[in-house]
Design a protein around this ligand. Structure first.
Ligand code: C2E
Ligand code: CA
Ligand code: CA
Length: 785
């Protein structure tokens, strides 16, 4: 774009130059042409004048010459004696005299006016003048009046020729005895000679005095082609193409002899044209030279502009270190300075904008954008870290009751307290009541206690003492990421929400909390129909009695055979069911299905106790309990055949209510088991309050039992304590034989894990049971299947 602008600027300057140049050239051409034209005309007029003068001088001098010669010859005695005598001798004498001056005409007249001798010249084949006797020889001379004067200069026509004639009397003493005369012919030779001298056309014309008719007498060779009409036009100055001048030479009978000198204007043009060719050549050369210099000049004008554009472009691409500089052009230097000013203000504004983009306007702490950047950076470094999401509770209430100003002050105060806490961490403010801390110190408990020390004290704002509550969710890198480190924000938020909901100070993220995926949203929508349309299916995982090493129990674990997504594990939808109020119907479905299966097995003599997982929702009131009790009673199921597994979290959300329901269930012959023991925060002493008979040690303590001494200590002491409290112990997550044997050795009652079997469908379970080494045994007998 800018390049084309530059191009057009350069070409415009270039075109302007060329235009100006052409104007100057054309003007100079025109004036030269005009001047040439004028000077040619003036020159020609000059020439004609000169020609006229030369011609007159020539004519007059010939006349004098002839007259002087005639007088001289008239004194010749020999000639005097011959005038009346011998014609032949006279002619010979006349010719001798004629030759001396190369005259074309000689005449001798006697006293009676008779022409006694007449010679005219003619051109022979060699172009020489040769004499011959004139046609008037012996005839009477027509112009006797000419003889009355001493000498006479006349124009004498004879046989189509006109002679310039001078006559002189021959005298014997004072007596005239005759006349002698010599003449030059006015012919082409004379005209050519004059034309040559003057460089104009010369012609002699006879013009009738009365009717003004013209007849051409002689002319220079150049005008042989001229017609009489044309000549008459030239003569009367009627023809524009010629410049002419004329003069009178004398009278011949009834005609006037006129000399005409003229030149064609075309000739002038010819000479101008010849000049014009040169001029055009010169013009083209100058044009070429000018084109080159115009290009160079226009380029040199636009070069600094181009340089300016390149520099400004580079700045536009974010190269702010550069300063625009232009030399050699005052205006452009000013422009460059303006650009530099502009650049400085752009940089300042950009800094402000980017600061705004990466910082919270209220606390000036780095915001979410900064956090995401930092998380990505940390992910590249791959050093483990903890995300603390701190939510200040009841800010909304502060805003609503005390006003936003106080609310803002509280937030600023919280920010300051977090800033001043002695934690080695990076602090971010996501807006309103949300703060994030990233810490590479992985001892969460330490950090939490520092945080609570800082946040606990009362807030003294405007004479008000506020005690703020807060909830903290934590997530770990890399443990809790799915795709990248930014996942941790969702995870810590989920954990924080969980803490908030359960009125806890802190919660570490657990995958079970996850409920914000798109997949999850789809599941929420279709879970209801899944239960109605029997898309759920139960898998069964055996529990082995470590005392007998035989299978004695089975745990029913639900799966969702999704028509599109295939088999969905319970972790993906149980929490959805919990949060969308579908847990009751789900558990009822599972319970019914599991008891049905139990009854089928009973019928098949597969005597195996069954365990069903229930959740917090089922402990809120007695409706589920009544449902399961009714099922048990309707089917005459003996006591302790059905175990209900419940996690400690499910109990903790409302311990009193849970205790009541659990007691109710226990009284109706259900065995109650605390699932996932060890993952919550309740101590064994607290759990003792619950009416449970069994403790299920969480798989996280069992899976690496043989490798981890700490796990062994925990598991061993848990078994011992549980036994002391009259609880039996189940260990889940047994993945190898050594663990199984270790647990047997440490008096754990039941074992469950992939080492024994993964959860499988009922019919597969039956097959498996037939073939496995731990087949059922009842009352000391092998069970025949
Ligand atoms: P849970 O009740 O602790 O179930 C045991 C889980 O541990 C099962 O996962 C089982 O497949 C897995 N497991 C068993 N042995 C091993 C082992 O040796 N190694 C490993 N790594 N895992 C083992 P599952 O079936 O995916 O169930 C996950 C959780 O979903 C269950 O944990 C339970 O909390 C919940 N759940 C499953 N079915 C139901 C149900 O019908 N009702 C309720 N409320 N929750 C259920
Ligand atoms: Ca369970
Ligand atoms: Ca468990």
């Amino acid at each position: 774009m800018t390049l084309s602008i530059m191009k057009s600027l350069q070409s415009r300057i270039f075109i302007l130059f060329i235009f100006l140049l052409l104007c100057v050239q054309l003007m100079s051409f025109y004036s030269t042409y005009q001047a040439n034209n004028k000077s040619e005309v003036a020159q020609l007029n000059n020439k004609l004048l000169t020609a006229k003068q030369v011609f007159e001088a020539q004519f007059i001098s010939r006349s004098y010459y002839l007259s002087a010669y005639a007088k001289t010859v008239a004194r010749d005695h020999a000639l005097k004696s011959l005038i009346e005598d011998d014609v032949k001798s006279l002619l010979s004498a006349l010719d001798n005299h004629r030759k001396r001056i190369d005259a074309n005409f000689a005449i001798a007249i006697n006293t009676s006016g008779k022409i006694v001798g007449e010679l005219v010249t003619f051109k022979n084949n060699n172009n020489e003048n040769k004499p011959k006797v004139g046609i008037e020889q012996g005839k009477q001379f027509k112009h006797l009046d000419w003889l009355e004067t001493e000498t006479s200069e006349q124009l004498y026509p004879l046989s189509n020729n006109l002679y310039q004639l001078s006559l002189a009397p021959l005298k014997s003493g004072t007596r005239i005895i005759g006349w002698i005369g010599f003449g030059y012919v006015l012919n082409e030779d004379l005209a050519n000679e004059l034309a040559k001298i003057t460089n104009v056309n010369v012609s002699f014309l006879l013009k009738n005095k009365i009717n003004h008719n013209l007849s051409l007498l002689a002319s220079s060779q150049s005008i042989d082609v001229f017609s009489n009409t044309l000549l008459s036009e030239i003569l009367s100055n009627k023809n524009e193409s010629y410049i002419a001048s004329q003069f009178y030479l004398g009278t011949v009978d009834s005609d006037e002899l006129i000399a005409l000198v003229f030149k064609s204007k075309v000739d002038i043009l010819k000479s101008v044209k010849a000049d014009w060719g040169q001029f055009v050549l010169l013009f083209l050369l100058t044009l070429l030279f000018s084109l080159i210099s115009a290009y160079v000049i226009s380029a040199s004008i636009t070069r600094p502009v181009k340089s300016l554009i390149t520099q400004v472009k580079s700045i536009a691409q974010g190269n702010y270190d550069k300063t625009v500089s232009i030399e050699n052009s005052h205006e452009l230097m000013q422009l460059a300075n303006e650009f530099n000013h502009m650049k400085t203000s752009v940089v300042t504004r950009e800094k402000m904008i980017s600061h705004r983009a990466y910082h919270d306007p209220l606390t000036d702490l780095p915001n979410r954008n900064s956090l995401i950047k930092t998380l990505k950076y940390k992910q590249e470094r791959a050093t483990p870290f903890v995300v603390f999401q701190v939510n200040i509770r009841r800010i909304k209430e502060v805003n609503d009751t005390l006003g936003h100003k106080i609310g803002d002050k509280v937030i600023i105060e919280v920010a300051n307290r977090l800033k001043l806490s002695q934690l080695q961490c990076e602090l971010f403010h996501l807006g309103a009541d949300e703060f994030i801390l990233l810490s590479e110190d992985l001892s969460i408990e330490n950090s939490l206690s520092v945080l609570s020390q800082n946040l606990e004290p009362l807030f003294e704002i405007n004479n008000l003492s506020l005690h703020l509550q807060y909830a903290i969710g934590t997530a770990l890198f890399p443990d809790h990421i799915d795709t990248d480190a930014t996942d941790l924000l969702k995870k810590s938020d989920v954990a924080m929400q969980y803490a908030k909901k359960n009125k806890k100070l802190h919660q570490l993220y657990d995958r079970q909390f996850d409920f914000n995926t798109v997949e999850r949203l789809h599941l929420i929508n279709s879970l209801k129909t899944a239960i109605e349309q029997d898309q759920l299916v139960l898998f069964y995982q055996p529990k082995m009695s470590l005392n007998t090493m035989k299978i004695s129990h089975v745990e029913a674990l639900v799966r969702w055979k999704h028509p599109i997504n295939g088999l969905i594990p319970p972790d993906a939808f149980i929490s959805i069911a919990e949060q969308t109020g579908q847990m009751d119907s789900l558990t009822r479905w599972v319970t019914k299905e599991a008891i049905t299966q139990y009854l089928i097995w009973q019928k098949k003599n597969i005597n195996i106790k069954i365990a069903i997982n229930i959740s917090a929702e089922n402990l809120k009131d007695k409706s589920y309990s009544d449902f399961v009790i009714a099922l048990k009673n309707d089917n005459n199921i003996a006591d302790h055949e059905i175990t209900l597994e419940v996690t400690e979290d499910a109990v903790l959300s409302d311990p009193a209510q849970a205790t009541e329901v659990l007691t109710y269930l226990k009284s109706h012959g259900f065995k109650l088991s605390i699932d996932d023991y060890g993952t919550g925060y309740s101590s064994l002493a607290q759990l003792k309050q619950l009416p449970v008979q069994e403790l299920k040690i969480d798989k996280s303590f069992v899976q690496q039992l043989m490798q981890n001494k700490d796990d062994q200590i925990i598991v061993r002491s848990t078994i011992e304590l549980a036994h002391n409290m009259g609880l039996s112990v189940v260990a889940e997550g047994i993945e190898d034989e050594r663990t199984l044997l270790w647990l047997k050795e440490h008096n754990c009652e039941l074992a469950q894990g992939y080492f024994i079997s993964r959860p499988i469908e009922a019919h597969l379970f039956e097959t498996w049971l037939k073939e496995c080494p731990y087949a059922l045994e009842k009352e000391g007998k092998w069970l025949s299947l």
